[in-house]
Design a protein around this ligand. Structure first.
Ligand code: SF4
Length: 366
């Protein structure tokens, strides 16, 4: 089985915190990009024999494409690849670029999962981070999308100024009441070369500190779990059966191919990335190509395994000549219940320690 990721880097404006490869572009540029993307997608299909069971349109803002452009794009995938009958097809959308015509088009063309970039339901905060929607529109669009899709994910940022724990809980409740079946709750990161970085430089106390964010995250986790949203990755929560099958592929080293600017692929132990600049992408250039060696495979297995519910497979590590039981931290962590054994050959990270997962992962490396 294969996952397909399609990157659509265009946005209506750039958010203050955003360091993704996304930008504002003219209609001509979007058309040109779409044509190259379509070429790449159909070209790769000639050598691919795998059945596709997940497709993810991410960005940028994929919902900026017109209904006609989206149809052209998805049709080339459908006509070039064999799709599994239960193929999960996700599209990322911003509330302000969703409307009935597009929702209809997505559903008629097989999209069955919508991921909406809500980020906050506090109008001041939405302005602060440069989003184009307000809280009323966000809720209206989730409810509208619910008429077309059962499977709806909402992104939420933790770490915005002036929002207290209670307000976060109320936000999560409103998202669930409006119809969300999946919540991705990320910590706001201050990335280099973003307006937010400058704002924080000028006012170092602008954002809540790590401890405050950790407290909010814990309360959000508690609330979501009470409402039957189980945490299946550090930032991802879903009702049973609504986990993102596409993202699980990334976290469990399953093969996927990425099309579009900066898109990454991983197939048969080989990893590569498309060009980060349009000029390179238009020439079909790759910026990185590597074959994972034993050490990289071990590191990746530990890192990804402890970030999600799958955990570490001890036998798999042994096959790669890493005997993790000989690592002093491993035994300490087992003894202190930081790591929990699942059967004979699997260990998972105790969810209580998710927030310090980076340190634990580092200590468990060979
Ligand atoms: S909409 Fe998303 S991708 Fe586009 S600028 Fe904002 S955060 Fe970045």
């Amino acid at each position: 089985m294969l996952g397909i990721y399609v990157h659509l880097p265009f946005c209506e404006s750039k958010c203050n915190y955003c360091a993704f490869n996304s930008f504002v572009a003219s209609e001509e540029e979007r058309e040109k990009y779409l044509n190259v993307l379509i070429e790449d997608i159909s070209f790769f299909a000639k050598t691919n024999k795998r059945i596709v069971d997940t497709i993810y349109f991410g960005g940028g803002t994929p919902s900026l494409l017109s209904a006609n452009q989206f149809e052209r794009l998805i049709n080339v995938i459908k006509n070039s690849y064999k799709l599994h009958k239960n193929c999960e097809i996700t599209l990322e959308a911003n509330p302000n670029s969703l409307n009935e015509e597009k929702l209809n088009c997505y559903r008629n063309n097989g999209v069955n999962r919508l991921s909406i970039g809500v980020q906050s339901l506090n109008d001041e905060s939405l302005k602060f981070i440069g989003r184009r929607h307000n809280s009323t529109e966000a809720i209206e669009k989730i409810k509208l999308a619910k008429k077309y899709f059962n499977n709806i994910s909402c992104d939420l940022l933790i770490g915005l100024p002036t929002i207290c724990c209670d307000e976060y809980i109320k936000t999560v409740k409103k998202l669930i009441d409006a119809g969300a079946t999946h919540i991705s709750s990320y910590m706001l990161q201050v990335e280099d070369n973003t307006p937010l970085k400058n704002m924080v430089k000028q006012n170092p106390n602008l954002l809540p500190c790590d401890d405050e964010c950790a407290e909010i995250y814990d309360k959000v986790v508690e609330f979501l779990e009470k409402n039957k949203f189980h945490r299946y990755e550090i930032s991802n929560f879903a009702r049973k059966g609504f986990e993102s099958r596409h993202n699980i592929k990334y976290w469990t080293n399953k093969p996927y191919i990425g099309f579009g600017l900066s898109a990454h692929s991983y197939i048969d132990g080989k990893r590569w990335a498309c060009g980060e600049r349009l000029v390179d992408f238009y020439k079909h250039k790759r910026t990185m190509e590597e074959v994972l060696g034993e050490r990289e495979k071990i590191e990746e297995h530990i890192m990804l395994g402890l970030r999600c519910f799958k955990g570490i497979d001890i036998l798999y590590l042994k096959k790669l000549n890493y005997y993790i039981e000989k690592n002093q931290f491993y035994n300490q962590y087992i003894g202190s219940n930081v790591l929990i054994k699942k059967g004979k050959n699997r260990v998972i990270l105790n969810p209580k320690y998710y927030e310090v997962n980076n340190l634990i992962i580092t200590n468990l490396m060979p």
